[in-house]
Design a protein. Structure first.
Length: 250
């Protein structure tokens, strides 16, 4: 990442960027052809007041990127939401630094909470993987209806509801601090005793080392799911195949 970009916890002094942030969130969702939970400038400002947001700026005050924290089910679950980067600064590595910073802030504010995310973006999945997230089923995420209502603005919402909120185009990823602590304790114990690492922990560790294979699986999952849904909806075969080819092979 360009060392001139400053990534830090947002403060009330950053409220002046709220309009720019919400506008870019909407534009980015439109460009991707998906939707995210729509947030108002007032909501973004509230997150800044609460100390539950991370912002990226240049030294001269140019806005670069943003992400915020939401807690669910009495703080049992935490989501790092609304990640957005100004088009002029994309592919600079700043998204990775924002994710690392908001992840650290989440761990500091909610040390016992499970941190999760839903995304179709392979770049975000890779960042999550590097932070220790692992792919999980939707049943392992929060059951709070308020969280899932945020999916209503997504073009894939009908697929989500058709699957009874058990699956969709997004991949669910979770960081469980209790599970991570147990995993590390098992690894430490095996190192001390000289025995082999348990298979389930070895498999999870290898996940991060085999992300390319996971990437292919994600594309295949989306391919199969969208194919079935488009067919169900009666979309013309030629148009459906064009969409699926782009999704699977791009």
């Amino acid at each position: 990442m360009d060392q001139k970009i400053i990534v830090r916890e947002a403060t009330p002094d950053d409220k002046k960027y709220a309009d720019t942030i919400t506008q870019e969130m909407a534009e980015s969702a439109k460009a991707r052809g998906t939707g995210i939970a729509k947030r108002s400038p007032d909501y973004i400002q509230m997150k800044m007041d609460e100390g539950k947001a991370v912002i990226a700026l240049t030294p001269d005050g140019t806005w670069v990127g943003f992400c915020y924290i939401e807690a669910w089910e009495d703080e049992k679950y935490v989501a790092n939401s609304g990640l957005v980067v100004s088009p002029a600064f994309r592919k600079s590595g700043v998204a990775t630094e924002i994710k690392r910073t908001v992840f650290a802030l989440s761990r500091k504010r909610y040390p016992e909470a499970k941190i999760f995310g839903l995304t179709t973006g392979l770049a975000v999945m890779k960042i999550n993987s590097d932070l220790g997230y692992e792919p999980v089923t939707y049943s392992e995420l929060t059951s709070d209806d308020k969280f899932w209502s945020g999916c209503k603005s997504c073009v894939n919402y009908d697929i989500l509801m058709g699957k009874e909120r058990k699956n969709c185009m997004c991949t669910a990823m979770l960081y469980d601090p209790v599970e991570k602590a147990a995993q590390q304790a098992k690894i430490d114990a095996t190192v001390t005793s000289g025995s082999r690492e348990p298979q389930r922990y070895r498999a999870r560790r290898q996940f991060a080392q085999n992300f390319k294979l996971f990437e292919r699986w994600v594309r295949f999952k989306q391919f199969v799911m969208l194919k079935g849904w488009r067919k169900k909806e009666g979309e013309p075969e030629e148009k459906r195949n064009s969409i699926l080819s782009f999704l699977f092979f791009w």
